[in-house]
Write a new protein. Sequence first.
Length: 288
Amino acid sequence: MIQCFGISKQAFYKRLRSLRAQNRKEHIVCQMVLEKRQEIGHRTGGLKLYDLLKQSMRQQGIKMGRDKFYRFLRSHNLLVARTKKHHITTYSKHRFFKYRNLVKDKAPTRPEQLWVSDITYIKTEKGHAYLALVTGAYSRQIMGYKLASHMKTSLCIDALKMALKNRKFKGQKLIHHSDRGIQYCNPEYTGFAEENGLIMSMTQQSDPYENAVAERINQTLKYEYGLKRTIKNLKLARKMLRSAVEVYNQKRPHFSLNLKTPKQVHMLGNLPYRSYKMNRQKLELLTI
């Protein structure tokens, strides 16, 4: 019967063995991808996965270049789907003083030279919860955070308190940059920040690239660590957030950090800054 297809019995079984071997290798790669995403975030992109897994694939005798790996993810429906932002958390039409933007088109040169802050939302079965974050712009390390059922100024102050407590390089000048939301312009917040030696800076328009690092961190936490879905309650959301921040800071590599983790870069401080600006313009160095 095999000979009816114009091939010998030996050739048929050779092809069968080859197909089985190929299927076995594809199964191994699928497991590697799923396990790595389980470890560092289920929305980790293909290029990062390839960099993390290429050594393990070689050890398994699997030869797969970057482009082939990307095609493999597509053919197995493992690419990350695009998502959209819907909920607005910034109210800037208020009477409080708005500080000028001190960091527009400027690049930080060291850890704890520039912190960026922002608020996002987390959905729970009992309504929205709100997450305030303080992130180091140079290293992308999350320095402080607070998740609560309200969006009061105290939410942001608590996140900043954690960031100040986690600060490693004290005694150097540090800029605090945020949007012009009412929480960040509230004298209660600005007074606390300035009492702790921070220099205030704020966006001047609605351009998301004016606070791109903060926006990007919000998106990463929500879409890569399960915080985008509706969570049962606030207690569980806080537990998930703690785990997500730990993995993000200590295990998740960044292209903007030459595939190092935020913690590594924060402690070493030996990388040139890479901007999220769409046009990749040359930035002036921040000199404070």
